[in-house]
Write a protein that binds this ligand. Structure first.
Ligand code: CP3
Length: 324
């Protein structure tokens, strides 16, 4: 999940004087920052240090990641002409990615590396809104008022995601995650019509590589079946739906049960161990309803989190799951 490293003093120290996007494009920093939480916490897998908008920067979009705000786009995409500003990925665009992943995989030894990309809808939402949004009004309006432009934009972003994910897999990533963080803002009907085909294109293109494909969004309780059917092998669940209920929703329209990932509420990280431990037990018990469970938070790590609490959670989950 995003920002696992942000609460670490060693992360803040190494990022001193470097913008977020600069740090994502420097293999030495990417390698070191990815390893920091692995060293500290002994987690079972590493998540590649990057961002969902890094590929946009690589293909020429003028943007920055503002601290405390998120990705901000200099010229939002609102017309067919604006599409020209997002060119296809060329091999030289992903050279830094290949170098970073190869070095990481060799340093990680047996610990798997999860590569990732942003899904077409969530990346498009930044491009169309110009930055973070509460209601995604311009993005939804564009889908309905100019479906041709919407589908052209989403298709281009699916191509970008495929190029990025393939580069990570070919360089040695063990699994990939497609983040559709803000898809939960859509009705199931709009998701099925405007979003699912584009995410499905990404998953289908990756099928031949045989690596597990994870899919996650926030507030996607109503979409879990559709997101699973898009082609995910593992379905990420935030904290709003318990994992056993998530399994029911994944299978509700006749699809197969799938492993799930989640779903500790990040807000509880500051509530004390007497609150957190029973939550871990509950989540591990409910996760048994799925054919597999990757314990995780329901979303990113808040920057004020005490690293010791995360360490305690990792240890407890490893011990408890080894016993059962
Ligand atoms: O934990 C990690 O460092 C893993 C790498 C990672 C980052 N972004 C680094 C990051 C991952 C997997 C992401 C994905 C990402 N980025 C998503 C999808 C996952 C999710 O959490 O929903 C989204 C929606 C983004 C866009 C984005 N980037 C936002 C909303 C923000 C937060 C802005 C803020 O400061 O509140 C970012 C910045 C960002 N990406 C940081 C990190 C470590 C914080 C940068 C900093 O302040 O140092």
């Amino acid at each position: 999940m995003r920002q696992a490293g942000r609460s670490l003093p060693e992360y803040r120290a190494i990022r001193e004087g470097t913008t977020m996007l600069e740090s994502c494009m420097r293999p030495d920093l990417v390698v070191e920052i990815t390893l920091q939480p692995v060293r500290r916490y002994g987690v079972d897998a590493a998540i590649f240090y990057s961002d969902i908008v890094t590929p946009l920067k690589a293909v020429g979009v003028d943007l920055e990641i503002k601290p405390g705000v998120g990705p901000v786009i200099a010229s939002p995409v609102r017309s067919t002409d604006d599409l020209a500003g997002i060119r296809p990925v060329e091999p030289s665009d992903v050279a830094f990615l290949t170098e970073s992943v190869q070095e990481l995989v060799s340093q990680l030894g047996g610990t798997p590396l999860i590569g990732f990309a942003g899904a077409p809808f969530t990346v498009a939402s930044y491009l169309v809104e110009g930055g973070p949004s509460k209601d995604y009004a311009r993005t939804k309006s564009l889908m309905h008022s100019d479906p041709k432009l919407w589908h052209a934009l989403a298709d281009r972003l699916a191509e970008v995601a495929i190029a990025y994910l393939v580069a990570q897999i070919e360089a040695g990533a063990s699994a990939i995650q497609l983040f559709d963080s803000w898809a939960g803002s859509l009705s199931p009907r709009d998701y099925a019509q405007f979003v699912q085909p584009h995410s499905a294109k990404v998953f289908t293109a990756l099928e031949q590589y045989g690596v597990p494909r994870l899919h996650f969004g926030v507030n996607t309780g109503e979409l879990l079946g559709l997101m699973s059917d898009a082609g995910a092998d593992v379905v990420g669940v935030d904290w709003r739906v318990p994992l056993d209920e998530a399994v029911r929703r994944i299978t509700a329209n006749g699809g197969p049960a799938k492993p799930v990932q989640g779903n500790l509420d990040p807000a509880l990280l500051t509530a004390g161990w007497s609150v957190i431990e029973p939550e871990i037990d509950r989540i591990l018990a409910e996760g048994k309803a799925a054919p597999g469970h990757i314990f995780n938070l329901g979303h990113g790590v808040p920057p004020t989190t005490d690293p010791e609490v995360l360490h305690q959670i990792v240890k407890a989950v490893q011990e408890k799951s080894a016993q059962s």
